[in-house]
Design a binder for this molecule. Structure first.
Ligand SMILES: [Fe+2]
Ligand SMILES: [Fe+2]
Length: 446
């Protein structure tokens, strides 16, 4: 079968393609995106400012000594900012996913008319992501403006994106050339499955069109040349087009890890006949909309590849490298102050909290803010246990999924890197290291 130029047919393929058609139809019929668009249109921060948007346990800095000392209105602000943090990251990740949906959609189209249904579903999902992103930014913009004022929109100099953009251009061009040559050599014979969209991006030299730091870009920690290498691979072979969805499934589950709690909170409010804040309702419908996307990811990653020719060792290597990088950059730690932010090294988080503590919400001086960061991030408290619980839950869900992907390396199949990041003791040691560096940067900039 390897190297075949014909579309593949098997008894299970038809069944699998029917599943994707059904999922697509259910998605269209649900109308959840339209609900989100309606909520987006009617959102005003002033109408939602007095209520929690999720359970207090999801608030940033929950369980810290600062949270204990905070006033009721400060606690509500921390709850709203938790939503903002979550959906800032989600919006960036969804902008990235639109890009990869288009790249892989081109590959599915190239596989023949049987696979067109997948490309259509992916296009529909991308359109839905655009509506989601719009709603997230609308809520985030108004919330940040109301709580933090103008300074919320000034970029911090310690932000990771600033650090990654100053790479050596020459060496990155060389790396690009080397990595793309490897992909070209190793995927020889599969040119007929190359994504048209990918070819157009390459011709215009726009392979990574977004400068986002979301999940798929390892929040800015995965080198750009490696991201371009992955993009070329996802759009150049049937197996790899499917396997982008292994990474996307992990992203889907990470989002669900927190969003499901907001969904449950929303149902509780509805049942008690209480006011449902607009952001809570957006999360509620977003979880439902994303359930269709998760089904797509699962179907492509776990099932469809079995109907295709067996992967080469190179193709297995690429997907393993991607899962490894995703574990390392997105899942390899806990913060102790944001329940589902799983980074081992996180200067942008400290920069954001530093800014928040000096904003009108807390109105602390710079030395006071720094001292609270040390108290909240570098010593054990209830927040670390909350973070560890969310991390552990996601770990067992991902292990269940990865156990069924027989080509994964044991370090990926058992999510060993992620597992090693679930320790509270390690998290505190990581925070102490990051804090030392962070306070040095602050001292230098004064
Ligand atoms: Fe979405
Ligand atoms: Fe999605």
């Amino acid at each position: 079968m390897k190297g075949s130029t014909k579309p593949w047919t098997s008894s299970t393929l038809k069944k699998h393609l029917q599943l994707i058609e059904n999922n697509h139809q259910n998605n269209i019929d649900s109308g959840y995106t339209e609900k989100i668009e309606e909520l987006d249109k009617n959102f005003k921060y002033s109408n939602n400012r007095d209520r929690n948007w999720s359970e207090p346990e999801l608030s940033i800095l929950y369980g810290t000594p600062l949270y204990q000392a905070a006033s009721p209105s400060q606690k509500i602000a921390l709850n709203h900012l938790s939503w903002v943090f979550q959906y800032e990251h989600t919006a960036q990740s969804e902008a990235e996913t639109i890009h990869y949906n288009q790249i892989t959609g081109g590959s599915f189209s190239a596989m023949g008319s049987d696979y067109e249904a997948i490309a259509r579903q992916l296009e529909h999902e991308s359109a839905q992501e655009r509506s989601h992103i719009h709603a997230f930014y609308k809520v985030n913009y108004q919330t940040l403006k109301a709580l933090l004022g103008k300074q919320a929109f000034i970029n911090s100099s310690t932000n990771k994106s600033d650090r990654t953009s100053s790479g050596n251009l020459q060496s990155s061009t060389y790396q690009d050339y080397a990595l793309r040559s490897i992909a070209k050599i190793m995927l020889k014979g599969k040119e007929q499955y190359h994504s048209q969209y990918l070819k157009e991006l390459e011709a215009q030299n726009k392979l990574i069109s977004t400068s986002t730091n979301g999940f798929f870009h390892g929040r800015g920690a995965i080198p750009q040349s490696l991201l371009r290498f992955f993009a070329v691979n996802w759009g150049s072979s049937p197996f790899l087009a499917c396997q982008y969805y292994t990474v996307r499934f992990i992203a889907n589950m990470l989002l669900k890890n927190k969003e499901y709690s907001i969904h449950t909170y929303c149902k509780k409010l509805q049942k008690q006949g209480e006011f449902v804040p607009v952001p809570t309702a957006i999360s509620y419908y977003h979880l439902l909309d994303e359930a269709f996307h998760t089904t797509t990811s699962l179907f492509l990653a776990r099932d469809l590849y079995k109907d295709l020719p067996k992967p080469t060792e190179y193709e297995k290597f690429v997907v393993n490298l991607a899962v490894y990088m995703i574990q390392r950059s997105n899942l390899n730690g806990i913060s102790g102050v944001v329940v589902n932010r799983f980074y081992a090294d996180d200067p942008p988080l400290m920069a954001n909290i530093y800014k928040l503590l000096q904003s009108p919400v807390f109105d602390l001086s710079a030395p006071e803010a720094l001292s609270w960061i040390e108290k909240c991030l570098c010593h054990e408290h209830e927040g670390f246990h909350q973070s560890a619980k969310f991390h552990q839950r996601l770990l067992s869900e991902l292990r269940q999924f990865c156990a069924r992907l027989d080509y994964l390396w044991p370090i990926n199949r058992e999510m060993r890197l992620m597992a090693s990041g679930g320790s509270i003791e390690k998290a505190i040691q990581n925070n102490i290291k990051t804090f030392k560096q962070f306070s040095k940067t602050i001292a230098q900039s004064n």
